[in-house]
Design a protein around this ligand. Structure first.
Ligand code: FES
Length: 269
C-alpha cells in the first residue's frame, strides 16, 4: 500500500487540539492585585467571551481557566496549581487546550456583575461593547480587578467588603438598587455564594431566565467525557453545556448548595 493509499488515522471524532495541549510561551506576567496575575502568551486563540481553556502546568497539573483576552489568562492564587503558575516567569512554557464551552450569549443592554477574579471572563464581554453597566465587588480596594479598564468601557459601580472603596458591603447590595427593566440580560461571574444571591434576587423579581452565570467546577478532561464536572440533578456538564448557564436552569440544580471534589465527594459551597 502506497502512502497515498494509507487509511486515514482515526480521529475518534474529536479534533486533536481538544486532546493535546498547544505549547505557548509566556511573554508577560502582570500583577493585577496582590493575589491575581495576568499571564500573557505568544499566541492568540479565537474564542467567545466566557469560554475557558485547560492550562497545563508542566509537572504539576492541568486546570481550567477563563480567557481574559485572546492571548491571556487572569488567575487568582488559590491552590497548588495556581501557586505553581505564579512561580512561572516570562519565557516559560505552558500548555493550552481549547477554548472550550459555550461562553456568554450575544446580548445588548447587559448588566455585568463581577466578584473578585470573576471580572476576568467578563472583561472581554465588556470590551466588546453592549454592557451598559458593571457592578464590581472585592474584599478590599486593592483586590478590585480591572477597575480602570472597566470604567473606560462602561458605567462602573464598586463595592468592597471592608469599605475601602465604593459601597461598604457586597456587590449584590448594589444590584438591589438597580432598575432591572433597564437591562435585557444580567451576566454574572464570581464566588458561587455571591452568584446564588444574585440568582435569588432575579427569582424574586420574576426574571431568572435573564441571568447568565459562569460556573466553576472541578474538571478533568474539559471535553465532556469524564463526567467530573456534571451538576445535579440533570447531569449537565459544566465543560460542555456551560460554563455559562441561564438562571432558570440553575434554579433547579445543585448551584449554590454544593459542588464535588476530585473524588466526586460533595462539598458545601
Ligand atoms: S471535565 Fe470531563 S466531562 Fe467535564
Amino acid at each position: 500500500m502506497t502512502k497515498e493509499e494509507s487509511p486515514p488515522i482515526p480521529s475518534w471524532g474529536v479534533p486533536m487540539n481538544e486532546r493535546l495541549p498547544v505549547p505557548v510561551r509566556i511573554t508577560a506576567v502582570t500583577a493585577e492585585t496582590p493575589s491575581v496575575r495576568t499571564f500573557t502568551f505568544d499566541r492568540d486563540f479565537s474564542f467567545i467571551p466566557g469560554q475557558f481553556v485547560m492550562v497545563w502546568i508542566p509537572g504539576v497539573d492541568e486546570v481550567p481557566m477563563a480567557l481574559s483576552s485572546a492571548s491571556s489568562i487572569t488567575v487568582q492564587r488559590v491552590g497548588e496549581a495556581t501557586s505553581a503558575l505564579f512561580s512561572l516567569q516570562e519565557g516559560d512554557v505552558i500548555g493550552i487546550r481549547g477554548p472550550f464551552g459555550n461562553g456568554f450569549p450575544e446580548a445588548h443592554r447587559v448588566l455585568a456583575i463581577a466578584g473578585g477574579v470573576g471580572a476576568a471572563p467578563l472583561l472581554p464581554v465588556i470590551r466588546s461593547g453592549g454592557v451598559k453597566k458593571c457592578l464590581l465587588g472585592a474584599r478590599s480596594a486593592e483586590e478590585l480587578l480591572f477597575p480602570r479598564i472597566l470604567e473606560s468601557f462602561t458605567q462602573l459601580a464598586v463595592s468592597t467588603d471592608d469599605g475601602t472603596c465604593g459601597h461598604r458591603g457586597f456587590v449584590v447590595d448594589l444590584l438591589i438598587s438597580e432598575d432591572l427593566s433597564q437591562y435585557d440580560s444580567i451576566f454574572c461571574c464570581g464566588p458561587e455564594r455571591m452568584m446564588k444571591a444574585v440568582l435569588d434576587l432575579l427569582v424574586r423579581e420574576g426574571c431568572p431566565e435573564r441571568g447568565y452565570f459562569s460556573l466553576h467546577r472541578y474538571m478533568k478532561c474539559g471535553i465532556g467525557v469524564c463526567g467530573s464536572c456534571a451538576i445535579d440533578p440533570e447531569g449537565l456538564r459544566v465543560c460542555r453545556d456551560g460554563p455559562v448557564f441561564r438562571g432558570d436552569i440553575l434554579q433547579r440544580s445543585e448551584f449554590g448548595d454544593y459542588s464535588r471534589d476530585a473524588s466526586g465527594r460533595r462539598r458545601p459551597v
